[in-house]
Design a protein around this ligand. Sequence first.
Ligand SMILES: *Cc1c(COP(=O)(O)O)cnc(C)c1O
Length: 405
Amino acid sequence: MSKLAIYGGEKLKKTPFPQWPMYSERELTLVEEVIRSRKWWRIAGSKADELDREFARLHQADWALSVTTGTHAIELALAVLEIGAGDEVLIPSFTFMSTATAVLYCNAKPVPVDVDPETFCMDPAVLEQAITPATKAIIPVHMAGHSCDMDAICKIAAKHNLLIIEDASHAHGAEWKGKRVGCFGDIATFSFQNGKLATAGEGGAVMSRRPELKERAFLIHSVGRPTGDRLYSHIHLGSNYRMTELQAAVLLAQLERLEDQNAQREKNAAILDRLLGDTDGIKPQGKDTRVTLNTHYMYMFYYDAAKFGGMDRITFVDAMIAEGVPAFVAYAEIHKTEVFKENRFRTHFEERVDWNAYATPNAEKIAAEVIWLPHHLLLGTEEDMKDIARVIKKIKAANNKKKTK
Ligand SMILES: *Cc1c(COP(=O)(O)O)cnc(C)c1O
């Protein structure tokens, strides 16, 4: 068996994966157009308006509004829905930190809810138990592009009169039962950060099927000024979450590729599932059969170190990187991070929360055992998928050989 690259052996992956972000002449043309126009902010230009329309059309939503970042999109969504001090918001305990911090930024309390051990999405059964008289909203996260169980979540929300903000940062164009995500709840949020499925380096969007929320969203995102205002008539409290025309130009070009790339990722994820099917110790994120389009922002899998001769997870990740396959460990369990454990924020709820009281064992296990591969690997060829499987099998064989020697 060949020596691992991490220990000085030859690197297995010889040909490069597709790089991310991707661009073509299209991005350059649209950005140049904006630069030459001298209309660099959306109030003067038309690119962000165009992006809003295009993004809403893509998801069959009533409207969308481009913003600075995905984090700001969640803050804005909460502000539009008037969630604040005294309110509790249910979030999955396994997600990127912004889902939780956005709630703190609007002075409400994020309440962590456990996720399903197969899909890594909010578990509706646990969700219902976490509801209190203070609960105002739920933020389901479509983890890695796999839609949450929106049937169950919408039913619970309706029963308890709760608002839903879908955090679709991983799920541009994803579907639940043939319908695009982002149109099940009250508002959905997206991220266009550098690694996301469409990007301008930074960026985000809020989107909704509720027309009556559009104007308030625009006002809050533009310091409270109505469209066309020349008299400094600030008619609502707001911040500045406006996307630049340069960002919007890049994103218009990025979105032209999104649907084809989503299809390519689905195809390759299925190939990789098949190739890894017989590898004891690797168990990919499961799929609810009601998911009709999974965008695969991350290819996630449980890693069982015991089946790999005891090689710990981070060393395994380093070994994959050394063989030429980029890989990462999963997010931390949200309320076990230092910011939460030490209550490093001013609160409008009880002064010091014992976050340990929130037991979310599935999230704990995922945070401790899961590894993910970035989505651009899934934009490669079938041979690229075979190389990923070969790298994992090479590491496994080398470790198990060492052990039996
Ligand atoms: C990326 C991400 C965000 C935040 O988006 P930014 O654009 O990086 O601010 C929020 N939620 C989830 C689940 C994310 O992955």
